[in-house]
Design a protein around this ligand. Structure first.
Ligand code: TRP
Ligand code: SF4
Length: 356
């Protein structure tokens, strides 16, 4: 069966299938070559890659390379989005040139959002949070797709190397698809490949697994124009409060970076855990941290120290801690995290970038 990954749907992909059938390689195989892997790398949250060797070689040899990743400014940023930014920050600290497109062209054509609305969301929600999460706006090139002439002109050039059947085969578009929607993956390919204009350098694109069709397309196009095919990394999605994928289209599922402290704490307390039905059972059998949204919060965002995380897992599995205790700890940590992000969020700086 030919499984298609749809970058515009909110289903959780089957990670093993991606690794086996789509040519994504397990990240484990490169992990040992990376001197100081990030916690997302160490913990297998980044589970897959394409051609990552090129990237750690560039890091090792201190050669030019770039990281590119973008988001559609279509809702509010939540902890799942934070993960991507954390990944970019890691590359930024490891010598990468940083490009962050605001995917306003894509948002406009696939979500039909008003142009002014997109701009406001992009600046006040996304760019302000990028800065808060540690993106150095003096170093990173944060740009709107619609305002970057290099990218737009390059998109028209790349469009000559892609035909309709190919796009249909990748995305399953039909006759009713607008030309705008057809073009948006080409714009994304231009985002990804434009750092190579002038000098072919390795590019890495950290994304969620749903974005792989775009990556494959960009890699194919790169080959046709004799560029270096971009490398990529893939992370697991976060489980939301409700036990499904954390998604901004299901507000109840997500902890947003702009949630006030009380809301965030309440959401943490509502998380589905890996606890047992009764306290007695939990004491006897232990909990199941691998099925626990609270443990995920620790692993993805809240506990940097591997030893500490490991200890919580052990104590959970032995029935030494109970979920109430754990939730309170997570709520305190989330509170601290969101407060820090709020303090660092800077809308004036964010607007200054756009006006540049
Ligand atoms: N398609 C991405 C999304 O849905 C956004 C995006 C635009 C992007 N350009 C990119 C992602 C370049 C990675 C690289 O959010
Ligand atoms: Fe999750 Fe903690 Fe409960 Fe274990 S004790 S299932 S880690 S909330």
């Amino acid at each position: 069966m030919n499984m298609r990954i749809n970058p515009w749907s909110s289903e959780i992909p089957n990670y093993n299938k991606l690794v086996n059938e789509f040519g994504i390689r397990p990240f484990e195989e490169v992990l040992e070559h990376i001197k100081d892997p990030s916690m997302l790398m160490r913990r297998g949250i980044i589970f897959g890659h394409r051609d990552f060797k090129r990237i750690f070689d560039a890091i090792e040899r201190r050669e030019r390379y770039a990281v590119v990743t973008g988001m559609m400014p279509s809702g509010k940023m939540h902890l799942g989005h934070k993960m991507v930014v954390d990944e970019v920050v890691w590359f930024m600290n490891h010598g990468a040139e940083v490009y962050i497109p605001v995917a306003d062209i894509e948002a406009r054509s696939t979500r039909k959002i008003d142009r002014e609305e997109i701009e406001k969301i992009a600046v006040e929600e996304y760019i302000a949070n990028y800065i808060a999460l540690g993106i150095d706006e003096k170093v990173a090139k944060i740009y709107f797709q619609s305002k970057n002439d290099t990218v737009k002109n390059f998109m028209f050039e790349l469009a000559n190397y892609v035909n309709l059947s190919e796009i249909k085969a990748i995305y399953g578009f039909g006759g009713e698809t607008s030309i705008g929607t057809l073009l948006s993956p080409i714009v994304q390919a231009a985002d990804i490949l434009h750092p190579e204009i002038g000098e072919a350098i390795p590019v890495v694109v950290p994304v969620g697994a749903d974005q792989d069709p775009h990556i494959r397309l960009a890699r194919d196009i790169a080959q046709r124009i004799k560029f270096i095919p971009p490398s990529s990394t893939y992370h697991r999605f976060m489980t939301g409060i409700t036990g499904e994928k954390m998604s901004s289209s299901v507000p109840k599922s997500a902890i947003f970076l702009t949630d006030d402290v009380d809301t965030a704490r309440r959401k943490v307390m509502m998380c589905k855990t890996g606890g047992r039905e009764t306290m007695k059972k939990q004491r006897e059998m232990g909990g199941e941290p691998h099925k626990c949204a609270i443990f995920e919060l620790f692993a993805y965002h809240l506990i940097e120290d591997d030893k500490k995380l490991y200890e919580i897992r052990e104590r959970c599995e032995k029935g030494e801690i109970i979920c109430g205790e754990c939730k309170n700890m997570a709520a305190d940590m989330i509170e601290k995290l969101l407060k820090t992000i709020e303090e660092r969020r800077d809308i004036t700086k964010a607007y200054a970038i756009v006006e540049k």
